[in-house]
Write a protein that binds this ligand. Structure first.
Ligand code: ADP
Ligand code: MG
Length: 548
C-alpha cells in the first residue's frame, strides 16, 4: 500500500466541475443513468475481450451491474459497481481527470458557444461521469483492470480542484465500483424506492442484469434489438403495453433495422384508438429515443414530425452520443436525418398495409387518417407519400367505402385532366345538391370530403400524379362535353334565355351575385351558385372571422 498521490484536474475539468457542483439543476437523477450506462459500456467491452483474450481475471463471474444504497448510516451512500473491463491507474487519470472523451468536451464547447455558464446545459448533455458530483460530497472510484499484472487503485475526489489515487486492496475484483457519499440535500438518492424508479425509467432495457440491493430490476428485454423472426406476436403486444403504458392492443407495428445511412433499430406501434378524436386532449410525441438500450429522451420533440404524435415505440440509434444536444447544429442535423429515415420507412409500412390488407388499413385510417391529412397538408417533405395514403368516398364508391387518389386516377375518363372533389357534411347532402349533377351526367367521378380539414388539405395538396385537385363548385371549371340532351320543344329560345339571365343579374346584384350565365352544366336543377372566388373556402372563413 503506497501513500495517496495527489493530482490536479485539468483546467477544463475544473471549470466543468464548478458548474456541475454549483448549478441548481433539477434533473439530478440523470447521474444514475450516466453511471449505469458507463457500467454497461464497460461490461460490453469486457464481453468483447472474452472473444479475443485468454486468461482473463475472474472470467467466470456473471456480467452484472450491482447497485447498493444505504440510507441508515449517518453518511447516506449509493454505490454502482460493475465487473466490466476496469481501469488501470493511468486510465483513471486519463479518463476521469482529463477532457479526452466526447461528452464533456461537447458540453464545454457549447458553453463556449453560448458564452455563459448556463446550468441547464447539463441536462441536455449529461456530462457523463462528472454528473455524480451534482449529488456527491465525495466520490471514490475503485477499479481493477482486466490486464493481469495491473494492481487495483482507488481514485477519489470531492470535486474541487484535485483528486488522489492510491492502491486498493489486492483482493479487489476485476471491474469498477463507484461509491458516492451523498450531499445532505441529496440524501433521497440513498432511498431504494427512489433509485428503483429512476432505473425503471432510464435503464429498463440495459442488456446486463441491473441489481438494486441484490434485487433484479431490468427484466424486460430490449425487444427491438432481437431478430424479428424469433419474436411472437404476443411479445410485441406485451412490449407495447409496457413501453407505452397502454392497455389496448396495437393496430399495427413496424420493426425494422438499418445500417445506412444510420445504424437504427426501431419498433413502432399504432395504438388501437385515437385519443384526440373527441377533442379533449392533444397528444405529445412519445416515441422514445435510445442509444444502445439506454434512454436518451422518452419524449423527444424534434425527432419525428408533429403529425406522427400518435405513434408509440422506440428508436435506438447507435450513432447518437448519449449526451446528444439539441443546441449544436451537428446533433440537430443528425436527429433530423434520423427522423426522416424513420418517417419514410413508417409511411412505406402504411402503404404496404394498405396494399396487403385494405380492410385493416381502412380501420386504421378511420381512427388516424386525420393525422395523415394534417401531414399531407403541412409536411412538404413527406407530402407525396402521405397523399398516396389519403382515402375518400366518391360518387363511384359505395357509402362507407373509400378510394385512393391513385385508384381515382386509374378510372379517369379520356380527356379528363383534373381530380374533382366536393366538400359537404354527408354523402346525402352532397348528392342532393346541384353541384354533382354536371359530373354525374358526364360520368366524372367526384371525391366526397366530409371533414372540416379536407378543404384545407385539398387546397394545400393541390395535385396528385400531375393532376390538379379541383373543387367541383369552382366557377371556372371546364368540363368535358356532356352528351347533348334530346331536343326539347319546351326549351327556352336563345332570346328568352338571354332576357332571363339579364333579369336575374339585375335582381340578384344587390345580394352580391357578380355574374349570371347560362350553361349546360346542370341537367335536372334549374340553377346553382358557383364559387368565383379563387380563395379557398377555409381562407374565406378565416378572413371573415378576422374582420369581426
Ligand atoms: P463517456 O461515457 O461519454 O465516454 P463518461 O464521462 O461517462 O464519458 O466516462 C468517461 C470515461 O471513463 C469513459 O469513456 C470510460 O473510459 C471511463 N469509465 C467511466 N466509467 C467506467 C466504468 N464503470 N468502467 C470502466 N471505465 C469507465
Ligand atoms: Mg458515459
Amino acid at each position: 500500500q503506497t501513500a495517496p498521490q495527489k493530482f490536479e484536474f485539468q483546467a477544463e475539468i475544473k471549470q466543468l466541475l464548478d458548474i456541475v457542483i454549483h448549478s441548481l439543476y433539477t434533473e439530478k437523477e440523470i447521474f444514475v443513468r450516466e453511471l449505469v450506462s458507463n457500467a454497461s459500456d464497460a461490461l460490453e467491452k469486457f464481453r468483447h475481450l472474452q472473444l479475443t483474450e485468454k486468461n482473463l481475471p475472474d472470467d467466470q463471474r456473471p456480467l452484472e451491474v450491482n447497485i447498493t444504497t444505504d440510507d441508515k448510516a449517518d453518511e447516506k451512500t449509493i454505490t454502482i459497481a460493475d465487473d466490466g473491463l476496469g481501469m488501470t491507474s493511468a486510465e483513471l487519470v486519463e479518463n476521469l481527470g482529463t477532457i479526452a472523451h466526447s461528452g464533456s468536451k461537447a458540453f464545454l464547447k457549447a458553453l463556449g458557444e453560448n458564452g455563459q455558464k448556463n446550468a441547464n446545459l447539463i441536462g441536455q448533455f449529461g456530462v457523463g461521469f462528472y454528473s455524480a458530483f451534482m449529488v456527491a460530497k465525495h466520490v471514490r472510484v475503485t477499479s481493477r483492470s482486466w490486464r493481469a499484472d495491473e494492481p487495483a487503485h482507488t481514485w477519489s475526489s470531492d470535486g474541487s480542484g484535485s483528486y488522489t489515487i492510491e492502491t486498493a486492496p489486492a483482493d479487489t475484483p476485476r471491474g469498477t465500483s463507484i461509491a458516492i457519499t451523498l450531499k445532505d440535500d441529496c440524501a433521497d438518492f440513498a432511498g431504494e424506492s427512489r433509485i428503483k424508479q429512476i432505473l425503471e425509467h432510464y435503464s429498463a432495457f440495459v442488456s446486463f442484469p441491473v441489481n438494486l440491493n441484490t434485487k433484479r430490476i431490468n427484466t424486460v428485454q430490449a425487444l427491438w434489438l432481437r431478430n424479428k423472426n424469433e419474436i411472437k406476436p404476443e411479445e410485441y403486444t406485451e412490449f407495447y403495453k409496457f413501453q407505452a403504458h397502454a392497455w389496448d392492443e396495437p393496430r399495427t407495428h413496424l420493426h425494422f433495422s438499418a445500417d445506412a445511412p444510420l445504424a437504427i433499430n426501431a419498433l413502432l406501434f399504432v395504438p388501437n384508438e385515437n385519443p384526440e378524436r373527441f377533442g379533449m386532449t392533444r397528444l405529445e410525441p412519445s416515441v422514445a429515443l435510445y442509444c444502445r438500450k439506454v434512454l436518451i429522451d422518452s419524449r423527444p420533440k424534434d425527432l419525428l414530425p408533429e403529425w406522427l404524435r400518435f405513434l408509440k415505440g422506440v428508436v435506438d440509434c447507435e450513432d447518437l452520443p448519449l449526451n446528444i444536444s439539441r443546441e449544436t447544429m451537428q446533433d440537430k442535423a443528425l436527429i433530423d436525418k434520423l427522423g426522416k429515415v424513420i418517417t419514410k420507412r413508417f409511411l412505406k409500412h402504411l402503404d404496404e398495409l394498405a396494399q396487403n390488407n385494405a380492410d385493416a388499413y381502412a380501420d386504421l385510417y378511420a381512427q388516424f387518417g386525420i393525422f395523415l391529412k394534417e401531414g399531407a397538408a403541412l409536411d412538404f417533405t413527406h407530402k407525396e407519400q402521405l397523399t398516396k395514403l389519403l382515402r375518400y368516398e366518391s360518387s363511384l364508391t359505395e357509402k362507407g367505402k373509400t378510394t385512393s387518389l391513385a385508384d381515382y386516377v386509374s378510372r379517369m375518363k379520356e380527356g379528363q385532366t383534373e381530380i374533382y372533389y366536393l366538400i359537404g357534411a354527408t354523402r346525402e347532402s352532397i348528392e342532393s345538391g346541384p353541384y354533382i349533377e354536371g359530373f354525374k351526367s358526364r360520368n366524372l367521378e367526384v371525391l366526397y370530403c366530409y371533414e372540416a380539414v379536407d378543404d384545407y388539405v385539398m387546397s394545400n395538396v393541390r395535385e396528385f400524379d400531375g393532376k390538379k385537385l379541383v373543387s367541383a363548385d369552382s366557377a371556372d371549371l371546364k368540363l368535358p362535353d356532356a352528351p347533348k340532351p334530346p331536343a326539347d320543344e319546351n326549351a327556352l329560345s336563345e332570346t328568352d334565355t338571354a332576357a332571363l339571365v339579364e333579369w336575374l343579374k339585375t335582381t340578384l346584384a344587390a345580394r352580391g351575385v357578380a355574374e349570371v350565365k347560362s350553361s349546360d352544366r346542370l341537367t335536372d336543377s334549374p340553377a346553382l351558385a358557383l364559387n368565383a372566388d379563387p380563395m379557398p373556402a377555409h381562407m374565406r372563413r378565416m378572413m371573415r372571422a378576422m374582420r369581426q
